[in-house]
Design a protein around this ligand. Structure first.
Ligand code: UDX
Length: 442
């Protein structure tokens, strides 16, 4: 099928590339010429494992191309995905300026086209958008002279760092449509990814839009729940690791997404929870649980700093701290809403010298902090002379380090483990004072 994806951000690029990989003829459009130039030079504007190889292969096989020419790409396509950003507006809502601008541009590009049979031209919103946006997009297309163009909603559930796998082997595909013919076109598009009996769920656009928010709201709730339990464990000398196992074996609860940490970050959860709260506010329904999830997370981002400050008796001025892990999670260079940034801000404000290392996110952090931090190329380089080590992101390379070497390099033998990657017994054998999250020690 001929597919155009508007927006070459994270979602658009992964969607376009994976659809090309399954044999479609895909054009990715962006209004940022620098991005298109980068992509046409065979490079990626983001880091995502496996994506570069897929982009290169599909470009080579001429199934994937990149352009700034929206009009030509839209007129040539049967399916047009809108995958542009929906940043948080000041009111907490998703800012739909880019989505609507693209809808209007699609309308302008297609207004002279004669109407085809049902399902011959579909505009699909992939961006995470508040409930009702799909209807608004349909309204704008009609107003632009394209009442014949169909619309659908098709939320994504991609995790950064595992996006290709998530796209290729989705737990489910959700589509929101007004007419069954449109669902059938999308069923055909997704058929190669649904061979292993994965469900293809058809619903209204409103329900599809809500599904995306409900999924992220549930996941964020699990994290704030376990973080709150972990903080209680610290005060009551219980170990959240054992508690997690104790509850996870109950099949109604399960094990997934119940790892305590320094709070959730990234481009989705913080923004989407705010957007859910805003939707409640707009409809006169205060969402007390969502507000609590959000507030717990804000506090959680300060927990690691609290442990550091308490360990040093509240006086941190002149100390040096090493920080391992800056990205909001492993296998990405994304630092949006990353808990590491909150920690760094608190440390700098307290007069601490900060030495950092991350396998992928260092350049993004340097762009924010410049020379305020010391950037170590290798993990051990961050440790030299530091009074302690804080782990904020659980990159695999931090899991089995050379503890003897860490001891030799650190001036102070204390580890603040924001992801519970080590255990207290091993750490004390190597002579470290150890703080985890919810491991029974404040
Ligand atoms: C998330 C959703 O998982 C995905 O379905 C949606 O499409 C976009 O938002 P992503 O933001 O890439 O994906 O990351 P995810 O792996 O979900 O992690 C989000 C945050 O939660 C990270 O900061 C992570 O460290 C934190 N987290 C996750 C925990 O603190 N504990 C957990 O048990 C799981």
């Amino acid at each position: 099928m001929k597919v155009t994806v508007v927006g070459t951000g994270y979602v658009g690029l992964v969607t376009g590339t994976c659809l090309a990989e399954s044999g479609n003829d895909v054009t990715c459009v962006d209004n940022n010429p620098a991005k298109i130039e980068t992509l046409n030079a065979g490079k990626l504007p983001i880091y995502e494992p496996g994506l570069l190889e897929l982009v290169q292969r599909n470009r080579h096989d001429a199934r994937l191309s990149f352009t700034t020419d929206l009009r030509t790409a839209v007129r040539a396509a049967r399916l047009i995905f809108i995958a542009v950003g929906t940043p948080q507006s000041e009111a907490g809502d998703a800012d739909l300026t880019a989505v609507f601008a693209v809808a209007d541009a699609i309308g302008a590009a297609l207004k002279d086209e004669p109407p085809g049979p049902p399902g011959s031209r579909v505009v699909i919103t992939k961006s995470t958008v508040p409930v009702g946006t799909n209807k608004a997009v349909a309204g704008r297309l009609a107003a632009a002279g394209c009442p014949h163009v169909e619309v659908a909603s098709n939320p994504e559930f991609l995790k950064e760092g595992a996006a290709i796998d998530d796209f290729m082997k989705p737990d489910r595909v959700v589509v929101g449509v007004r007419r069954p013919e449109v669902a059938e076109v999308l069923r055909e598009l997704y058929a190669p990814f649904l061979r292993t009996e994965r469900p293809f769920l058809v619903m209204t656009p409103e329900s599809a839009e809500m599904t995306k928010y409900a999924a992220n709201a549930m996941l964020a709730t699990k994290i704030s729940f376990i973080n709150e339990m972990a903080n209680l464990c610290d005060r009551l000398h219980a170990d959240i690791n054992d508690v997690r196992k104790g509850i996870g074996h109950d099949q109604r609860i399960g094990f997934q997404f119940l790892f305590p940490g320094p709070g959730y970050g990234g481009s989705c959860f913080p923004k989407d929870i705010e957007a859910v709260i805003a939707m409640g506010r707009r409809t006169g329904l205060p969402l007390k649980l969502m507000q609590a999830v959000d507030a717990v997370n804000d506090d959680q981002k300060l927990v690691l700093f609290g442990k550091i400050a308490a360990h040093f008796g509240g006086d941190l001025a002149g100390k040096t701290l090493a920080v391992w892990g800056l990205a909001f999670k492993p296998r990405t260079d994304d630092i949006r809403e990353a808990p590491a940034l909150t920690l760094i801000d608190e440390l700098l404000a307290a007069g601490v010298k900060v030495r950092v290392h991350d396998p992928e996110a260092m350049e993004n952090v340097r762009a924010l902090y410049g020379e305020k931090l010391y950037y170590a190329d290798k993990p051990y380089g961050a440790l030299e002379g530091a009074d302690g080590l804080a782990i904020v992101t659980e990159w695999p390379e931090f899991r089995n380090p050379d503890f003897e070497l860490i001891r030799r390099l650190l001036a102070g033998h204390v580890v603040f483990d924001g992801r519970n990657v080590y255990d207290e017994r091993t750490m004390s054998q190597y002579g470290f004072t150890y703080y985890g999250i919810g491991r029974g020690k404040r």
